[in-house]
Design a protein around this ligand. Sequence first.
Ligand code: UD1
Ligand code: MG
Length: 485
Amino acid sequence: MSDQSVNQAIFSLERPLDVVVMAAGKGTRMKSRIPKVLQRLAGKPLLSHVLDTATQLKARSAVVITGHGAAEVEAAVSSVSGKLAVKFVRQEPQLGTGHAVQQAVPALADDGLVVVLSGDVPLTHADTLIALMACVRQTGSTSDGLALLTLDMPNPTGYGRIVRNPQGDSVLAIVEQKDASPEQLTIQEVYSGIMAVPAKQLKTWLAKLDNQNAQGEYYLTDVVKWAVADGVKVVAHRIQDELQVTGVNSPQQLAQLERAYQLQKANELMLQGVRLADPARFDVRGELHCDADVEIDVNCVFEGQVHLGEGVRIGPNCVIANARIAAGAAIHAFTHIDGEKLGVTVGEGALVGPFARLRPGAELGPEVHIGNFVEVKNSTLAKGAKANHLAYLGDATVGERVNYGAGSITANYDGANKHRTIIENDVHVGSNCVLIAPVTLGAGGTVGGGSTISKNTEPGALSVARGKQVSIANWKRPQKTPKAK
Ligand code: UD1
Ligand code: MG
């Protein structure tokens, strides 16, 4: 949904939006020490997905109700909530969803529109919530009303049932499973757990809740009854897509939602023209931007911010995090790239892998080749430089067309400090060399295989630093001593 259409939609509501997120529940069925709302979907806590949706809706504030693991939840999300003003209120003990939202009342301004969400329902679309909010206005009466997000379920067991008026155009009550009559139990339309309501009215109805029901809890869903008693029309915004309102209660449900989310991401990319070998074996845990004609083979994982330029090909089983890969580059099978905070860049037409590892600060120029079992960290390689086999480049500046031999390493760490290695244009480093930093290899020079280089080398020179080969003719190998009997 575009920024502009969000702005228009929110403006037409004539009220600032305040989101209330219920996140106090225990999540017993997760069988985990981690609070349920901090379990991860697509690499991000469930609660952060919900707060991101609130951010997309340009909410004025989000009030998060915490209880189980409150301190941990508060610490985890306050650091990731970005632009949104997040307030926390604690609910101790947990006496039901109505009691939960009652705790938020002091944090809610009277002029706002409140949307109630659950911290364990991560995949609600922003435009679904905008449509729900619009229903608050379209209740037909002069004052704003209460809008419920509902859907039909073939098996509604466990959910609150939507009881409509005889005309079917408004809602009279939500009846919880345990309080429902046999007739009500046959209703397939259920309450999703999400509602939109002006703050002022919500507050008056919340004050009237009691716990006289089968579970002895304060039900948020009873606000419907009080709205109806006040003559306020309650409307349902009925959707089809169950995933948008599915909550996570068990590891199975978490995995199901993860696959559904990944399939959605895969479809979005394929609609843009990205060719995925198998959308069921593809994972994005962050943001992946692709230009035209990108091909991605099976079992690749993308994390953080990744940008793939035109015509980039990614082989099977690659993990790529926080990297920009320029047009025409190919990343071959089993390559691991993680730019972390510094990022990694791969230049146009470069070839990386199979089995390569690019770490933070690796900057590969155009047409660079990095081959199998080569590790690059905090190093720049200029156009056409090659390190094709079994090598380490750390804290190095590598010039154009340099050839860096198999088994060579930069000894960049003296046990206390890191130092740089500078390899000027057209240098040829033989196999199995150790370059002890700080050191500079002069342009066009050659380093003989097996050398340990601790002093700068002259441009154009051959530098060799290893023991001289000696030959001892007719050498007799030692014989095995016979065992004593
Ligand atoms: C609730 C609805 C039900 C709806 C269903 C949809 C009520 C009374 N019922 O039922 O109509 O069909 O959601 O999933 O609201 N929580 C707190 N504090 C509490 C209790 C719950 O923060 O004291 C949180 C939970 O962590 C969870 C959310 O509120 O995130 C919903 O609670 P849950 O117990 O799952 O409600 P249901 O009984 O499923
Ligand atoms: Mg539930």
